[in-house]
Design a protein around this ligand. Structure first.
Ligand code: NAD
Length: 490
């Protein structure tokens, strides 16, 4: 173990670690043990002011003058630094979030790849010249949108921060990033590593703090040109409202209630363990968790009993044990909220086939839970529980499967299991979601656009398209006529 327990963490502003102006700090919990992992400064309005000023000065100074090839080199250097420090970062994240270290190692590897991907596409940022004829030469320029306020949640603090930082920095923007106050540690380390590899002061600033105060202040700040938010649909709506008055650019990555459709012709030996992984990975605290398993009625009973048996064998426990498959939830309060949903499901008539209760010990554990005999109208099928709880719902045929899959306010992800390739593509087209997997549980890879339809938000992460969120396009018109041009004679 390499993480120093009890370390004090500052804010990260203008290239250095600083205390909050108010002196505010809070203990950072280790949810799997109920212990204290460290202590972190908490930003208030004055700190956000300072961070936005630093981000603006960076744009007007060294960072703004950094050419694209040098930005790409810095992004690669940061990827190397994350790779070199991966053991520390993985342990820090696993302890702070309570998540199984095996999952977190994959997330750290994903963070490295994010920076490498956006380093590789920096060169694709280019305007175009249009041959519109006449004596006008026209061309367009791509310019960084400016200072970006980025807000990320607690479920993947490191990965979500790197999803946000890498395209913004590739585009040449500067960033003020606000992590969730429960989970600020890994991104503070990333900011330190970025300074060590040579990112100019002020390019990356990190201001952990409470959402409704510090977060809202950052969103509204007149010095912030663009807001990128990942979090719940409810908070996303509030962020969008705050952005409406100054017409601030905003992109939103929000919640989900993603379906996992299993047709009778699927290879169940693959579909069952993959479907289990799709919901219980990160203890169900994933935006794209496939929390509704829709199963063709002819195989429903067989599938659900085999699925529940698999769930019963999952190894739940110490996040730092490499054999652990499901760690703790983020907090006891969140565990109680998850349990409240299970109780509500029981009132609505579901049958609990596995789990259904908090786990043992001091940590915020919840047993992986399978709710059968569910209908899609129930609250447990419509609302994002954000814990290790799946509902299993039967469907009659392909049309019924698509109807149920689309019958939620969210549209983030869907997975389809079928032995019929044509059906896989048909269903992928019919589903209203930003991403669909066919016969694979996996979801997020650099290069594949990640984001939502409907109330799962708008804007795409992880892809070339993401760069557009951080760029302005400017059209330039040039007269090439040797004669004076009189616009009134057109
Ligand atoms: P949340 O909306 O409560 O908080 C997210 C972030 O917003 C936190 O940093 C919080 O401090 C901040 N915040 C809260 N109120 C704010 C306000 N009024 N103004 C500005 N900032 C504010 O969400 P959460 O519970 O931390 O995270 C879980 C949610 O995030 C789930 O709904 C999950 O689906 C979603 N999520 C989505 C994606 C995606 O890519 N679509 C990825 C991860 C998580």
């Amino acid at each position: 173990m390499v993480v120093a327990i009890g370390r004090e963490y500052g804010l990260f502003i203008d290239g250095e670690r600083v205390e909050a102006a108010s002196g505010d700090a809070r203990d950072i919990a280790e949810p799997a043990t109920g212990g204290v992992l460290g202590r972190a400064a908490m930003a208030g309005d004055a700190d956000v002011d300072r961070a936005v000023d630093a981000a603006r000065a960076a744009l007007d100074g060294a960072w703004g003058r950094t050419p694209p090839n040098e930005r790409a080199r810095l992004l690669q250097a940061l990827a190397d630094a994350i790779q070199a420090n991966r053991s520390e970062l993985a342990e820090l994240e696993a302890r702070n979030v309570g998540k199984a270290i095996s999952s977190v190692k994959a997330e750290v590897a994903g963070a490295v790849e994010n920076f490498r991907f956006f380093a590789s596409v920096v060169g694709s940022v280019a305007g175009r010249s249009n041959p519109i004829g006449g004596s006008l030469l026209t061309y367009s320029l791509k310019e960084p949108v400016g200072v970006c306020g980025q807000i990320v949640p607690w479920n993947y603090p490191l990965l979500m921060a790197t999803w946000k930082l890498s395209p913004a920095l590739a585009a040449g923007c500067s960033v003020v990033l606000k992590p969730d106050p429960q989970t600020p540690l890994s991104v503070l380390r990333i900011a330190e590593l970025a300074a060590e590899v040579g990112f100019p002061a002020g390019a990356i600033n990190v201001v952990p703090g409470e959402g409704p105060t510090t977060g809202a202040y950052l969103v509204k700040h007149p010095g912030v040109d663009k807001v990128a938010f990942t979090g719940s649909t409810r908070t996303g709506g509030e962020v969008m409202r705050l952005c409406s008055d100054p017409i601030k650019r905003v992109s939103l990555e929000l919640g989900g209630k993603s379906p996992n459709l299993v047709f009778a012709d699927a290879d169940l030996d693959d579909a069952i363990p993959s479907s289990v992984w799709s919901i219980y990975y990160a203890a169900g605290q994933s935006c794209e968790a496939r929390s509704r398993v829709l199963v063709e009625r002819s195989i429903y009973d067989d599938f659900v009993s085999r699925f529940a048996a698999f769930v019963g064998d999952l190894k739940v426990g110490d996040p730092l044990d490499p054999e652990t498959q499901v760690g703790s939830l983020i907090s006891a309060a969140h565990r109680d909220r998850v349990h409240g949903y299970v109780e509500r499901g029981l009132e609505e008539g579901v049958e609990v086939l596995a789990g259904g209760a908090p786990g043992e010990g001091k940590g915020a554990f919840y047993r992986p839970t399978v709710l059968a005999k569910a209908t899609n109208a129930m609250a447990v099928a419509q609302e994002e529980i954000f814990g290790p709880v799946v509902v299993a719902i039967p469907f009659e045929d392909e049309a019924d499967a698509v109807r149920i899959a689309n019958d939620v306010k969210y549209g983030l992800f869907a997975t389809v299991w079928t032995g019929d390739a044509a059906r896989g593509h048909r269903v992928a087209r019919a589903i209203k979601a930003g991403m669909v997997g066919i016969n694979t549980p996996y979801t997020a890879f650099p290069g594949i656009p990640f984001g939502g339809y409907k109330q799962s938000g708008f804007g795409r992460e992880l892809s070339v398209e993401t760069l557009e969120l951080y760029l302005e396009t400017k059209g330039v018109l040039v007269s090439t006529s040797p004669k004076p041009f009189n616009p009134f004679r057109l």
